[in-house]
Design a protein around this ligand. Structure first.
Ligand code: PEP
Ligand code: MG
Length: 292
């Protein structure tokens, strides 16, 4: 089985009628880049940057982050690398940040909410990302967006960072900037959000959790956690349609993207990209190539 899949390396992700799909890979550290290349993914669709912040006693420095991003970009040799900014809080904690105990961590102080209220942390990461941008094909993605206002606040911080880099003659490139669609609010205003960003990537893990009001970590509720729920599928269609109406692209980077039962549905919905665990890339390629 695996040997057959390996024969698909170097082939396109294209249906019999000629529709193409980008199949990228999700990774959680620079060390995973090797698996991405081994499995012939077209790029990295979700690089979770939390690995730099977790399991240590202090914030990673700008230089340390810069080196990690640069290495990933260089190893990917011009293929797209979508790095997601810090998505900490809820299930991912770092004691040194003193985030505090919360009644409802999944609904709490996490991800972009931390970045917008502690801009020094956010700016350090953005500086490292933009400095690394000249070493490859970088895109930046922001997690847990719920409003237009948040995107505008991000954009003004990004503008400041770029101005500071320019003032110190530090080279950087303008890169594609997108957002994760992983809250029902973001889905419902995806028409407005699409005007502001370059792409969407749907985080179906959180989107399912917030839409069905089911903790994604609670094993007791597993039988109710249904990412095939019609509500989710309708939201996915809405997200692609709104992205395309604004001339932007849309992908999926949550685990649902790797569900082989839905690959055909996603292609028919019009998704431009699906990002999955490296080991699933060739399997999805096979399904796409067998589609009418
Ligand atoms: C998601 O929520 O679907 C997602 C891809 O992000 P994470 O699993 O890191 O929250
Ligand atoms: Mg998420």
């Amino acid at each position: 089985q695996r040997a057959l899949l390996l024969q698909l390396k170097g082939k396109e992700n294209v249906t019999k009628s000629g529709k193409k799909l980008h199949i990228y890979a999700n990774i959680g550290s620079v060390g995973d880049v090797g698996y991405v290349l081994e499995n012939d993914a077209g790029g990295i669709g979700l690089f979770r940057s939390e690995f730099l912040y977790i399991g240590r006693n202090e914030l990673p420095t700008e230089e340390e982050q810069f080196q990690a991003y640069k290495q990933a970009l260089q190893n990917m040799a011009g293929k797209k690398v979508i790095i997601r900014t810090l998505d900490i809080g809820a299930d991912k904690q770092a004691d040194y940040l003193n985030l505090g105990e919360e009644e409802n961590p999944a609904l709490g102080y996490r991800a972009i909410r931390i970045c917008l209220t502690r801009p020094e942390i956010f700016k350090t990461q953005l500086r490292a990302l933009f400095r690394a941008s000249v070493y490859g094909n970088l895109s930046i993605m922001y997690p847990m967006i719920t409003s237009v206002e948040e995107v505008k606040r991000i954009q003004s911080i990004v503008k400041e960072v770029k101005e500071e880099l320019a003032a110190s003659q530090t080279p950087y490139k303008d890169v594609e900037e997108g957002i994760m669609i992983e809250t029902p609010a973001a889905v419902m205003i995806s028409d407005e959000l699409a005007e502001l960003v370059d792409f969407f990537s749907v985080g179906t893990n959180d989107l399912t959790q917030y839409t069905l009001a089911i903790d994604r970590q609670n094993e007791k509720l597993e039988e109710f956690f249904n990412p095939h729920h019609k509500a989710i599928l309708k939201m996915l269609q809405m997200v692609v349609d709104n992205a395309h109406a604004a001339g932007k692209w849309a992908g999926i980077c949550g685990e649902l993207g790797a569900d082989p039962e839905l690959t055909e549905t996603f292609v028919r919905m019009g998704f431009d990209e699906i990002s999955v665990a490296p080991s699933m890339v060739l399997k999805l390629r096979k399904i796409v190539r067998e589609m009418e």
